[in-house]
Ligand binder design. Structure first.
Ligand SMILES: [Zn+2]
Length: 283
């Protein structure tokens, strides 16, 4: 639980600049609360499922009830786990405790490409090499790999849900999938803000690959990495402006102008996703 922030700070924080303020606070809180030194904090991170602080009440679900076949309930199944990604079983378990699927989804780890979701095969590819990529961006063996994996896995689950259920899509699916990751982590995972902040930092670091954007970047179905960085920060800030006031800092990139709408923005995506998912949420 403490690993990522400790590792994050050890390298003096990064180019993505995120969390410089928040990490200082979090380091104290996280390490103190765990009673661990940085060297002891190498264990895989546990995903602790909690109830949302604010219940969502939606009068009518906007989707039909899923096919609830008794006995063999469709679920997320993990296949071919390589040893370095030992946290994946727990993360898949977290998803299964939270969400109901219409079709079985298979997560593959021994693959070369990804992360991706293939709607034809209902497979999520989470390649072991992704851990190398994360470590190379953070520049440390103590990179928050488990956090970025969990955020990415939930993002792919967003695509799974759109492929399985006839849910309304009001803007780009990629942005909606990022929003789902923010909402589920912030609402259902203990210390989920840390996970989301580490995922945001990964976007920030990825954006630094480019000195300038080229035309093909603007054709991507994803928002630009730097936009994903800022929007994800906005979600965390909007979920609890008091607790995350340290993000409101020019160095962290969250401007006053954007911050003013973050609370509204987060509340809209929270109500939107939890409302749409109501028939499919197990808790
Ligand atoms: Zn995607």
């Amino acid at each position: 639980m403490c690993r990522s922030i400790a590792g994050f700070l050890r390298q003096g924080v990064s180019p993505g600049k995120l969390i410089r303020g928040s990490a200082a606070v979090l380091l104290t809180v996280v390490l103190a609360s765990c009673g661990l030194s940085e060297e002891q904090s190498e264990l895989p991170q546990a995903v602790v499922l909690v109830q949302p602080a604010v219940p969502v009440s939606i009068s009518e679900p906007v989707v039909h009830n899923p096919d609830e076949s008794q006995g063999s309930e469709p679920r997320m199944v993990l296949r071919s786990v390589i040893s370095r990604d030992k946290y994946l079983p727990e993360q898949v378990d977290f998803i299964n405790k939270l969400l109901r699927f219409k079709k079985t989804v298979t997560v593959l780890n021994e693959v070369e490409e990804g992360p991706l979701f293939d709607p034809d095969t209902q497979e999520i590819w989470m390649p072991g090499s992704f851990a190398d990529v994360i470590e190379s961006y953070f520049g440390t063996r103590n990179a928050p790999v488990a956090d970025v994996y969990l955020h990415t896995l939930i993002h792919e689950v967003g695509h799974v849900l759109y492929s399985q259920y006839d849910m309304p899509l009001l803007a780009r699916e990629e942005d909606a999938a990022d929003a789902l990751a923010s909402v589920l982590l912030l609402e259902y995972v203990e210390d989920g803000a840390r996970v989301v902040l580490n995922a945001a930092e990964m976007f920030g670091l990825e954006s630094e690959r480019f000195e300038r954007q080229e035309e093909p970047d603007f054709w991507s179905e994803h928002s630009l990495d730097i936009q994903r960085f800022h929007t994800t920060l906005c979600h965390v800030y909007g979920s609890d402006p008091e607790a995350h006031a340290d993000l409101l800092d020019a160095e962290n990139g969250l401007t006053q102008a954007r911050a003013q709408s973050c609370q509204y923005e987060y509340e809209r995506i929270r109500k939107g996703w939890l409302g749409i998912l109501k028939p499919y949420l197990k808790r």
